[in-house]
Design a protein. Structure first.
Length: 389
């Protein structure tokens, strides 16, 4: 039976709640609809920058905790072949979900005007590769994960920009890509190699957690502090760890923005240190059991149903955005524009305070849905379908 730790579910729930903020911003915020970069110190505001920057924690923490949960649930199973098969099957289901129900939710169109290969795609492939690597042992998996995270930026000079098989393979593995054909777009947002490293890291640490009486809290604390210190030192040196060096700008705020703006696509070494470091410290501070009341129990509940939450929150946010634009007076024929994210009316959008208001409404609406699904999983813990999703 799968063992659950409250601190893992709470941290996962927290980053999922923050994730919704970023996706609301994508659909509702006027600068986002105009394709303005929220991280550009020359054009953004501090509030917009922070709204985007805080969501950088979501993907790496989400992927790392998926690997950690896999180790805790299946890493020490007496039937390793069965656990590897299930992990590979779950990975395949996630990839299928990314290109079907998730893609339709992003677009509200069955014609796939834009196909985004994002975090669910990356988690799916990472699980499949992890299933193949489990037989190597958790220590070797951990070593591979750390090596990928630390050294994959040495591959940055290798570019696969064409449409030949080699280029496409490299785009899937490391570079990402944007392809347009027949009025449709394919965007590889999350190249899988760096995310495999993050999941392998989580898996290796998860095996350690499952063996320690303190559930790894001391390890998390020192690992998190070390990654945060490593980020500051390497970023100050400004030589390795991120393809975009920081620079001094006319104002202190802009300089700090430049310093904290690390590459997410694909995630650089410094990006991973900047995001996972605080997450590990938080894991060390939260209780591993007993979060039955208050705000922590609500956040934990979201973290217990991550895939259900992910799919539903995309569809819900998209629907709320369209409703908001319709109530603002945009005619029906202005929806579905391929020039905008999710087909919201071109040239529209709202202020940042509206983004936060819609975000709060989204979380409130998600609460009863996720609570229902969590109850369903508790009632039928052996259901393969519920375990896959």
């Amino acid at each position: 039976m799968k063992r659950r730790l409250d601190n893992i579910d709470i941290v996962r729930g927290l980053v999922m709640i923050i994730m919704a903020l970023d996706h609301v911003r994508d659909y509702v915020h006027a600068p986002a609809i105009a394709w303005m970069d929220p991280m550009d110190p020359s054009s953004t505001t501090v509030a917009t920058y922070l709204t985007r920057w805080i969501t950088h924690f979501c993907a790496p923490v989400f992927v790392m905790l998926a690997g950690m949960s896999a180790a805790i649930a299946y890493g020490r199973s007496s039937d390793q072949q069965r656990s590897r098969s299930f992990l590979a099957l779950r990975g395949a289901v996630l990839i299928l979900a990314e290109v079907t129900i998730v893609a339709i939710g992003w677009n509200f169109s069955l014609t796939y005007p834009v196909l985004l290969l994002q975090v669910i795609w990356a988690i799916g492939w990472s699980m499949i590769v992890l299933a193949a690597a489990q037989g190597l042992g958790s220590r070797i998996v951990l070593g591979i994960g750390v090596s990928i995270i630390v050294f994959h930026n040495t591959l940055d000079p290798i570019n696969g920009t064409g449409t030949d098989l080699y280029s496409l393979l490299w785009q899937v593995l490391h570079d990402g890509a944007f392809h347009s054909f027949g009025g449709r777009s394919l965007i590889i947002v999350y190249p899988v190699l760096p995310w495999i490293g993050v999941m392998f890291l989580g898996y290796g640490l998860g095996d350690i957690v499952s063996r320690r009486e303190d559930n790894g809290k001391k390890l998390f604390r020192w690992l998190g502090l070390g990654m945060m210190a490593g980020f500051v030192v390497l970023r100050l040196v400004n030589v390795y760890g991120d393809p975009s060096p920081w620079s001094v700008w006319p104002t202190v705020e802009q300089t700090i923005m430049s310093f904290l703006d690390c590459e997410k696509y694909p995630p650089s070494l410094l990006y991973v240190c900047m995001t996972l470091g605080p997450a590990f410290v938080l894991l060390s501070l939260l209780p591993v059991k007993g979060a039955e009341r208050g705000l922590s129990s609500i956040v934990r509940m979201f973290g217990r149903v991550p895939m259900f939450y992910y799919v539903v929150h995309i569809w819900l946010i998209h629907a709320l955005a369209w409703l908001l634009f319709f109530l603002a007076g945009h005619p029906a024929e202005s929806f579905g524009d391929i020039r905008t994210f999710g087909g919201v009316p071109f040239g529209g959008g709202f202020d940042l305070w509206v983004v936060y208001a819609v975000w709060i409404v989204t979380i409130v609406m998600l609460w009863p849905l996720c609570r229902w699904y969590d109850g369903l999983k508790r009632r039928y813990p052996a259901s393969t379908l519920l375990r896959l999703f």
